[in-house]
Write a protein that binds this ligand. Structure first.
Ligand code: ATP
Ligand code: MG
Length: 659
């Protein structure tokens, strides 16, 4: 028994009633073998050959896993391959050169299709240009581009010549860019003049100029002209125009550089939701095998599909599931430059309809927005091409999950709630849509071969339904190899807390809190810090949020604790509503309080309910609870420039003041 106040004591987490995938889905699913879990366990780690078999290797690997120096695991050692070859060339050789690789949808309705042949030409020409600029194998190339085709082209061009890329999300500041380039000693940058943000031409090059001033080393910079006459720019010293370079190297080909499986493919920073972003290192073999396998088994991607992940490539989701996973499988991947509500709130559904999208993958924050806007928008379009829906990035509670399945998936499409992190590289927890029943509100079991455990402070498995630490007990191919900050930081951050090196036991700690049910289904409850202690009871803020968002008319909620030191922790609930109920709407407030009391108990009753038009979000769309906690506690908020909607902070502070 866990101690009374410690981890491992909580209450059962509500999930919706189980739902089964339709037979029509199961019959065609890439993975429908119910024994797949048992097989992976029996054959572990050789089971991962299935993932490696999805790739083309220049030289076969000698061992699937080398684990003599934990937590520094090496996968598919001795194997050699090239990621760009796997994502492009081999599909041409397979006779699929006219198949669409990328369908790009521009902000203002522009459209471009790159066949695999077009992509091959672009990647080769740009790879030749990068080489000519001096990029050598293992040089880090920074890419600071919005969602335009040149972004995946640049990534694949780097991969082709064995130069790791470091993509910096285009919306980040010049400081963020400079810090990342400095940390990686990156002397090459691919960027653009500007791009459209909320309808206006936004100057990206200006941010780049500032970043370059802050750097001590010289930077060769390639500039994509995205805005033409709308935003004239001049190229200075060490600056090159992307299109001129493409012309200069028209028709050039570059042999893909054969990379060791353990060579770095890219460097990527985490979203920074909980603090300073961490630079995560991913390798060529294990990462590519794992993203290809999960695209195949979880997202059920088939080569003939049109697949759309609406994330930004500037985050890991876009790396793994817009670029590398789908292209490794030779499918058509849709890339969208704009926002879901421009020119109208049916924009995404218009794109699904026109492209006959088969599989759609998005974030819970987007689903909650769709729900807030209403079903009339998806109803305007024919969404019958959809076969599977997915979410990633935050917990999704049963109501939005059901809404998504009902109004986007016509009540038919399976929905996969996929849990993973920048550090895990690929999906680790989800249902397999061709095998498992779904439980809205729970992501699912650990995938085959993934040893997910929810444990208490002492490392013991918590009882079903209780809150614990989300950990992973065995390595997996897509795992980060280290942090750019160094091996020590990597060990400290993820492996120290629950490993016992003397006993030879190693366990990865995700930093997330979770509960697990009798069937091994995991409900991720957010960050460990999002669990608050009220009168000696551990309460998951996400559980309270789920009870609040269950209330008809509530769109989103974020719950934090206010702890004044002397008095008991007070619960603050920030709520945004579908119809814009005002702060004075006591009926909604009462329903919220009632619902929390019924679902969890009076101990979880919010002391303060703050209505706000929106919740503060990170640039990757996650609710910034850390900031809301500071607001509740009256603490210094520090720098809010990392927010997507910084203007909301003042409104929330004013709303609290009125209360
Ligand atoms: P940082 O690590 O810098 O604070 P971050 O954790 O937000 O930033 P990411 O790696 O992009 O950066 O996000 C991973 C996190 O997202 C997970 O640790 C988890 O908290 C959350 N997450 C992802 N998918 C899910 C999911 N399906 N259910 C619940 N939470 C999820
Ligand atoms: Mg994280």
């Amino acid at each position: 028994m866990a101690n009374r106040n410690g981890w491992g004591r909580g209450r059962s987490v509500p999930t919706g009633s189980p739902q089964v995938p339709p037979d029509s889905f199961v019959e065609q699913a890439n993975v429908a073998d119910e024994d797949v879990y048992a097989t992976f366990d029996e054959e572990w780690p050789a089971c991962w050959e299935r993932a490696a078999d999805l790739l083309s290797w220049d030289r076969p690997y000698d061992a699937v896993l080398e684990d003599d120096d934990p937590p520094f695991y090496r996968w598919f050692t001795g194997g050699r391959l090239n990621a760009a070859y796997n994502c492009v060339d081999r599909h041409l050789e397979a006779g699929r050169k006219t198949h669409a690789a990328i369908r790009w949808e521009g902000k203002h309705g522009e459209r471009e299709t790159y066949t695999y042949r077009d992509l091959y030409v672009a990647v080769n020409e740009f790879a030749a240009a990068l080489r000519d600029l001096g990029v050598e194998e293992d040089d880090v190339v920074t890419i600071y581009l919005p969602m335009i085709p040149e972004l995946p082209i640049a990534m694949l061009a780097c991969a082709r010549i064995g130069a790791p890329h470091s993509v910096v999300f285009a919306g980040l500041s010049s400081d963020a860019l400079a810090t990342r380039m400095d940390a990686a000693d990156s002397e090459y940058l691919v960027t653009c003049d500007g791009y459209y943000r909320r309808g206006d031409a936004f100057n990206q090059k200006g941010k780049v100029d500032n970043a370059r001033l802050a750097l001590e080393h010289e930077v060769e910079t390639v500039v994509v002209d995205r805005l033409g006459d709308e935003l004239p720019h001049v190229l200075g010293e060490r600056e090159w125009d992307y299109h001129d370079l493409r012309e200069e190297f028209a028709g050039a080909t570059v042999d893909p550089v054969s990379r060791d499986a353990e060579d770095m493919l890219f460097l990527m920073y985490t979203s920074g939701t909980t603090g300073e972003p961490k630079g995560v290192v991913h390798t060529t073999g294990g990462y590519l095998a794992h993203v290809a396998w999960t695209s195949h088994a979880v997202l059920d991607v088939e080569p003939e599909d049109t697949y759309w992940c609406s994330a930004d490539i500037g985050w890991i989701t876009g790396h793994s599931y817009i670029v590398y996973g789908p292209l490794a499988l030779g499918t058509t991947t849709v890339m969208y430059e704009g926002t879901p509500d421009y020119p109208d709130r049916d924009r995404l559904w218009e794109i699904v309809d026109r492209n006959a999208v088969d599989v759609f993958y998005t974030a819970p924050t987007a689903v909650r927005a769709f729900m807030k806007w209403g079903e009339e928008y998806p109803e305007r379009h024919d969404l019958s091409s959809l076969r599977l829906l997915g979410t990633v990035g935050e917990p999704i509670s049963p109501r939005p999950w059901n809404w998504y399945r009902e109004h986007v998936g016509d009540g038919e499409c399976p929905v996969v709630d996929t849990w993973w992190q920048t550090e895990t590289g690929a999906i680790l927890i989800s249902t397999l849509p061709g095998v498992d029943e779904m439980k809205p509100g729970a992501a699912g079991p650990g995938l085959p071969g993934i040893d997910v455990q929810v444990i208490d402070e002492r490392g013991e498995a918590v009882d079903p339904g209780q809150i614990g630490y989300l950990t992973v007990g065995r390595p997996w191919p897509g795992m980060a190899r280290t942090l750019y900050g160094g091996d020590d930081q990597y060990r400290e951050e993820y492996w120290k807390r629950f490993s016992d090196p003397d006993a030879g036991e190693w366990r990865y700690f995700s930093g997330d809190a979770a509960a697990i049910d009798e069937d091994g289904y995991v409900t991720v409850l957010g960050r460990v810090d999002d669990v608050i202690n009220v009168s000696g009871r551990r309460l998951s803020t996400m559980e309270i949020e789920s009870a609040i968002t269950d209330v008809e008319g509530v769109a989103e909620a974020a719950v934090v604790g206010r702890s004044s030191g002397t008095t008991a922790t007070e619960i603050y609930a920030y709520v945004s509503t579908e119809g814009g109920f005002g702060p004075g709407d006591d009926a909604v407030r009462e329903t919220i309080v009632d619902n929390v009391e019924t679902a969890i108990g009076p101990i979880a009753t919010p002391d303060t309910v703050v209505f706000t038009p929106e919740l503060p979000k990170t640039r990757s769309g996650k609710i910034m609870r850390r900031l809301l906690e500071d607001i509740a506690n009256g603490d210094d908020l520090g720098d809010t420039s990392a927010l997507r909607n910084p203007e909301i902070v003042g409104e929330i502070q004013a709303a609290i003041g009125e209360d």
